[in-house]
Write a protein that binds this ligand. Structure first.
Ligand SMILES: Nc1ncnc2c1ncn2[C@@H]1O[C@H](COP(=O)(O)OP(=O)(O)OP(=O)(O)O)[C@@H](O)[C@H]1O
Length: 250
């Protein structure tokens, strides 16, 4: 029997009186893209932060490769390969694309506070960075400063940085945001292949992307999973249409 790489059970989190994660169960299997959708404020980002260790859960369990990782902090989870894609805001604008990926690869080696001069000359890090940039199709932009990259290129660079962390799973929070049609369809093609390297827990508002990519979809409303299934099941679920797609349940 295939075991899930990631398994959440009874996961709960409140901010004061606001229950943002309400006894959530969720599994992520090898090779799978599992999309998490739901209206604004449903608690999607909070759930990813709980998994990545950026927020501490109030109750419930997070198992990764069969081990309970609830007590591990964010850097310890990152070292296990539980990687959240970087946000554009965390890119270093004055570094080249390659420099940013090298920085991510360096972070994986737990020496994030080493000297940048040394990082720049490390042939292994340079090789890893070039390889990751090649995977996302940014090789030709390797030496270009981040501040000169387009928005779409920055999103690809975030994924190259995540690749350099050698993830066991990807946690992606709205990777399509701000991309035009061409950028989105490129990224969809890329993510479709990426799932074979590591499964993806994908938060995304772009429903075309979700319906194209997701093997399974979980619908989160007010911190609770209200439905789960394949794309067609979710598209046709009256409760989902009412709660999320804004249609009458009739
Ligand atoms: N650190 C915090 N302290 C208090 N409330 C918070 C905190 N972080 C998030 N919230 C609240 O928790 C709720 C869920 O937020 P979250 O960002 O997880 O939702 P989301 O589904 O990702 O929304 P969106 O689709 O708009 O990104 C929101 O009402 C938000 O205001």
């Amino acid at each position: 029997m295939i075991e899930p790489v990631l398994s959440l059970s009874g996961l709960s989190k409140s901010f004061g009186a606001l229950k943002v994660t309400d006894s959530v169960d969720l599994d992520l299997y090898p090779g799978e893209i599992h999309a998490l959708i739901g209206p604004n404020g449903a608690g999607k980002s909070s759930l990813i932060k709980l998994v990545a260790g950026e927020l501490a859960a109030d109750a419930g369990a997070i198992r990764f490769d069969g081990h309970d990782i609830g007590e591990l902090d964010q850097p310890a989870r990152a070292r296990l390969g539980l990687t959240r894609t970087f946000q554009v805001s965390s890119l270093i604008p004055e570094f080249s694309a390659r420099g940013n990926v090298m920085f991510a690869a360096q972070a994986r080696r737990r020496s994030v506070f080493g000297f940048i001069g040394q990082v720049n000359k490390d042939p292994q890090l340079i090789g890893e960075a070039e390889q990751a940039l090649d995977r996302v199709g940014l090789s030709a932009r390797s030496g270009v400063r981040v501040s000169e990259l387009s928005h779409g290129e920055k999103r690809l660079l975030e994924i190259a940085m995540a690749l350099a962390m050698r993830p066991r799973i990807f946690l992606m929070d709205e990777p399509m945001a701000g991309l035009g049609q061409e950028g989105s369809s490129k990224l969809i093609g890329f993510l479709d292949k990426l799932r074979t390297q590591a499964p993806i827990l994908l938060i995304e508002h772009d429903m075309d992307a979700v319906f194209q990519l997701a093997d399974r979809i979980s619908v989160l409303v007010a911190g609770k999973i209200i439905a789960r299934g394949k794309a067609d099941d979710i598209r046709n679920d009256p409760e989902v249409r009412a709660a999320y797609l804004g249609e009458d349940a009739a």
